[in-house]
Design a protein around this ligand. Structure first.
Ligand SMILES: [Zn+2]
Length: 537
């Protein structure tokens, strides 16, 4: 590879900037209408196109064909001026400064003196591109402030930074003189698409999983993605495989994550030790392994609540599909909580191996959501689980007036406590038929069983829930019958209005917080339903 891909495929026009349409349109428009500012601040994560956008701006201002390029405001990308700027070769009109190495006041003074000279030719603009601008000293900013207060004609300053807050701390007055553009992180799907285009243009090939891994690792930066692809290409012949990407990046293989799921679902503490030994033999970084495990659990949770985790490899997806029904959402949340608790000890402890083994052992021995079948059959649960209080938010006798002693009912063999214990499953089944039905069921509790009639009580008086449950009463009957293992009919009672005040207050606060979260995003809504169940335990 004579020229690095990241360089060869760097955009030459605003239109080519991935994902940054808002910035491209604004800069193009400013140039086309002749309303260019004197100072711009481009912020955003690394590798998303800030410096490139600054160069395109300089190209557009100095392009030999700028009068005829369409759309107006774009550079042609091909004339001598454009190419010189794009290549970063010596150029009188475009001066690039890396603030990380030029941060002293002397450089700022020199800058100020040089800025006083007009552009090299009539009609040209002088563009200063200051990269890593947050590294400039307060003195340097003070010198720049003087220039920006009385900018020489035809001079434009473009500051690029990953840390705008630092500039705010050292140079707030300068910020008020700059037009700010926030660059977006480039999503993995956009990165993958771009990598595929580059490979096609180069007549090279890569596995889908390989591109997925690179896109994930790049974490929003196109430049990083392309340079990893470069490394993978120089690392061997033929199509780039996921295996090669893992070797280049030092990533843990999907089969190790599958093994984690196997030992946890199989309750196999003895399997923990060889698993960790294999990781260490392969030279894996245990902190990276935990990070990947957290991501894996997040993807599993997404699958469980019906959100597609699009950033995962096909081999990991296959493992998650295999184990998703052997863990409930509650189990996965407990695993994530234990993981969060042990992350610090893995990073700080002198014995990361022991810390990781301990975590995995805790997972294999963790209390699970009680197995429904054993609860319903009255047999002891398969796990020697310490009985955790479950959703016991009071089928209070007073709220179920005129019903016979509601706790047991012989005719169906269905036990109210068992149904309450199995409620997570009911909610999960409801969610499979629509997240709203799931949410409505999550807002209910079985309050009594009389013959084949199961009475549910809304814990939250939301007319939408009521309506959803009425409209889908057939589905609700079917779900609960299936879970209970016997045909039942469901009736829904409104929420009790005369609850104890102190509970009302406590629950009200939480309900309000959750409803805010839910309004933001339907996916979050689903997650909130799951979290809700967890919080109540
Ligand atoms: Zn040009």
């Amino acid at each position: 590879m004579a020229i690095a891909l990241a360089r060869r495929y760097r955009p030459r026009r605003f239109a080519d900037l991935l994902v940054q349409d808002h910035v491209a349109a604004a800069l193009r428009g400013a140039i086309a209408s002749g309303r260019l500012g004197h100072g711009y601040l481009l912020t955003g994560p690394r590798g998303v196109g800030k410096t490139t956008a600054a160069r395109i701006l300089a190209m557009a201002l100095n392009c030999e064909r700028r009068e005829t390029v369409t759309p107006a405001g774009e550079p042609c990308g091909e004339c001598d001026n454009c190419l010189r700027i794009w290549n970063g070769s010596a150029n009188l009109d475009v001066i690039e400064i890396d603030a990380a190495s030029n941060r002293g006041v002397d450089d700022a003074r020199e800058l100020r003196e040089r800025a006083m000279y007009a552009a090299s030719q009539e009609g040209h603009h002088k563009v200063y591109i200051v990269d890593e601008a947050h590294m400039l000293t307060r003195e340097a900013w003070n010198a720049l402030l003087k220039i920006l207060e009385e900018p020489p004609p035809g001079v434009v300053f473009v500051f690029a930074t990953t840390e705008p807050a630092k500039i705010f701390n050292t140079a707030a007055p300068v910020l008020s003189r700059l037009q700010r553009f926030d660059f977006r992180r480039i999503g993995p799907a956009a990165i993958r698409t771009r990598l595929a285009q580059v490979l096609a243009a180069e007549k090279l090939a890569a596995d889908d999983d390989a591109l997925t891994l690179i896109a994930r690792h790049a974490d929003g930066g196109m430049r990083d993605a392309l340079s990893v692809l470069d490394q993978c290409l120089s690392f061997g012949e033929g199509a780039v495989t996921a295996e090669r990407v893992r070797e280049v990046l030092g990533l843990v293989g999907d089969e190790q994550y599958a093994e984690v799921l196997r030992v946890v679902t199989g309750r196999d503490p003895a399997g923990v030790f060889p698993l960790v030994a294999r990781l260490l033999d392969a030279g894996a970084d245990l902190a990276e392994f935990l990070n990947g495990t957290g991501e894996m659990l997040r993807s599993l949770m997404m699958l469980q609540v019906g959100v597609d985790p699009e950033e995962i490899t096909e081999s990991l997806r296959a493992s998650l599909e295999e184990y998703r029904d052997q863990l409930t959402e509650g189990d996965v949340l407990r695993m994530l909580r234990l993981l969060a608790e042990s992350e610090t000890s893995v990073r700080r402890s002198g014995n990361a191996r022991l810390a990781v083994e301990t975590l995995l052992l805790r997972w294999t021995m963790m209390d699970r959501t009680v197995d429904l079948a054993s609860v319903l059959s009255g047999a002891p649960a398969s796990v020697p689980a310490s009985p955790r209080p479950r959703r016991v938010a009071a089928p209070a006798a007073s709220s179920v007036p005129a019903s016979p002693p509601p706790r047991r009912e012989a005719t169906t063999g269905l036990d109210l406590d068992a149904l309450i214990a199995a409620w997570e499953t009911v909610v999960a089944r409801g969610r499979e038929q629509g997240s709203f039905l799931g949410a409505a069921l999550a807002a209910c509790e079985p309050s009594s069983i009389e013959g084949a009639v199961v009475r549910l009580q809304l814990t939250e008086e939301n007319p939408m829930y009521r309506e959803a449950l009425d409209r889908q009463s057939g589905a609700v009957d079917a779900i609960i019958s299936a879970v209970a293992g016997t045909a039942v009919r469901v009736e829904v009672s409104p929420a009790a209005t005369a609850a104890r005040p102190e509970r009302l207050t406590e629950e009200g606060v939480r309900a309000e917080r959750l409803s805010k979260v839910r309004k933001k995003d339907p996916a979050l809504d689903v997650a909130a339903t799951v979290l809700d169940l967890e919080v109540m335990e």
